[in-house]
Design a binder for this molecule. Structure first.
Ligand SMILES: [Fe+2]
Length: 194
């Protein structure tokens, strides 16, 4: 199984997790990466794309964050260099770059590109929504709370709502995307500590 993943992705999931943890020692970024992976896998299953390719892209999308957080015009490009050197599938690398397309000067057009963007953004909304529940448990969160909170401009204001709404461009209405993403993150609640 790992061997098949290695062949098509150019990296096994185990190696990808280790690489992500090596570059992102911060607990919150590791959790963000795992959450993005879980949502990408669920989206790939739903839309008939390759779950491993979409999942690995989610897992590795912020690999260079520690290096590039103060120079967003490099975010994704440094990751691309690291992954190219390791022989990772170029489809994964291009999708990773696309989640920062605005700063890199291009426009997203493919399903994979919209998926990685909406997936990584909704993780922030889901975590913030979970933390306002009395028990702070993701298992308690209702999907409607997420869409309701999204409409409140002041709530988790750093989370880009337009990016989350890119789910509509891959044929997944926002309420449905909220359910899918919440369930995906609930499935790894232990790893997320939520
Ligand atoms: Fe991210």
């Amino acid at each position: 199984m790992e061997n098949t993943v290695s062949k098509k992705c150019g990296i096994s999931r185990e190696e990808a997790v280790a690489l992500m943890k090596q570059y992102l020692p911060q607990d919150n970024l590791q959790k963000h990466s795992l959450a993005t992976e879980a949502i990408m896998r669920a989206l790939a299953r739903k839309l008939g794309h390759d779950e491993d390719i979409w999942g690995i892209a989610g897992l590795l999308h912020d690999l260079d964050y520690a290096d590039t957080k103060d120079r967003m015009d490099r975010h994704g490009l440094v990751t691309a260099e690291i992954l190219q050197e390791r022989g990772v599938n170029s489809e994964i690398i291009e999708a990773i770059k696309s989640h920062n397309a605005d700063n890199l000067g291009f426009t997203r057009s493919e399903a994979f590109q919209h998926a990685i963007t909406c997936a990584e953004c909704i993780t922030g909304m889901i975590v913030a929504t979970t933390l306002v529940y009395p028990d702070k448990k993701i298992a308690s969160v209702k999907p409607k709370s997420i869409t309701k909170r999204m409409k409140q401009k002041e709530f988790a204001r750093s989370v880009n709502r337009d990016y989350i709404r890119e789910c509509e461009q891959i044929g997944v209405p926002l309420p449905e995307f909220a359910v899918l993403s919440l369930e995906a993150m609930q499935g790894i609640s232990d790893e997320l500590g939520l």
